[in-house]
Design a protein around this ligand. Structure first.
Ligand code: DX5
Ligand code: ZN
Length: 227
């Protein structure tokens, strides 16, 4: 599998989301990452179902919806109906993670499970065969523009090994603090979906930033191992 670039609109101008998505797509975005926050699971509040429905009308690539909310079971139907192709939920937010993963799949969306920096990988061990992707948070969720937590690189390797051990080819997604300086390392570690917010929409030219990040990510697939 190649590497997919998923620009996070969290760092875009919310008054011009259509233009932001179009620029990222011109730069080669493979997915659009949508960060949903409720002010409870994380301290910040962002966007909800109506915005996803509007984005679905203008985006030409799939929407990767990251739910940073308490009780996500209450909302997965609505996000799927609004046009989310991928829905990820936090292991920390769910008592019945296996049930939720299968509920997302039953709605026709891809089911992702997210783990925070402090969450051990064993938290997803029993659903490793069921998930369509695993998101490794490389910052504590809630805000864009934070610094990449170095331990995340080895965590990507360990999640990849877990998925391989159960014969699941599902990709590992990395989310938080990724930019051109570290994308090669996370791809070399096994990440195949790369989320980037400020590294794309925090720049003057998001189209170019997307293109350059993608080139750096793809370059890491062909580069000889450095360690
Ligand atoms: C953080 C979000 C991320 C965030 C990434 O809670 O889940 O998707 O937008 O932004 P950067 O790339 O700026 O860390
Ligand atoms: Zn996210």
């Amino acid at each position: 599998m190649s590497v997919l670039i998923a620009p996070s609109i969290l760092s875009a101008d919310f008054a011009a989301l259509g233009a932001a998505v179009a620029a990222a797509e011109r730069g080669g975005a493979d997915l659009i990452h949508v960060d949903v926050m409720d002010g409870h699971f994380v301290p910040n509040i962002t966007i909800g179902v109506p915005v996803v429905a509007s984005l679905r009308r203008i985006a030409t690539v799939p929407l990767d919806v990251h739910l940073m909310i308490d009780d996500p079971d209450r909302y997965i139907d609505a996000f799927a109906e609004a046009g989310a192709s991928m829905i990820s939920v936090h292991a920390e937010a769910l008592r019945h993670l296996h049930r939720t993963v299968h509920a997302i799949k039953a709605l026709g969306a891809k089911a992702g499970v997210v783990i925070n920096p402090a969450t051990p990988i064993v938290a997803i061990q029993e659903v490793a065969a069921d998930v369509d992707y695993v998101v490794v948070m490389s910052v504590n969720p809630g805000f864009g523009g934070q610094t990449f937590i170095p331990r995340s690189e080895s965590k990507v390797r360990e999640v990849r090994a877990l998925l391989d051990s159960v014969g699941n080819l599902a990709p590992v997604e990395i989310d938080g603090g990724v930019d051109r300086s570290n994308v090669a390392c996370v791809v070399a570690a096994g990440a195949r979906i790369v989320v980037a917010g400020s590294a794309i929409f925090g720049t003057a030219d998001p189209e170019r930033a997307t293109r350059e990040l993608k080139a750096a990510a793809l370059g890491a697939l062909t580069a000889p191992a450095t360690r």
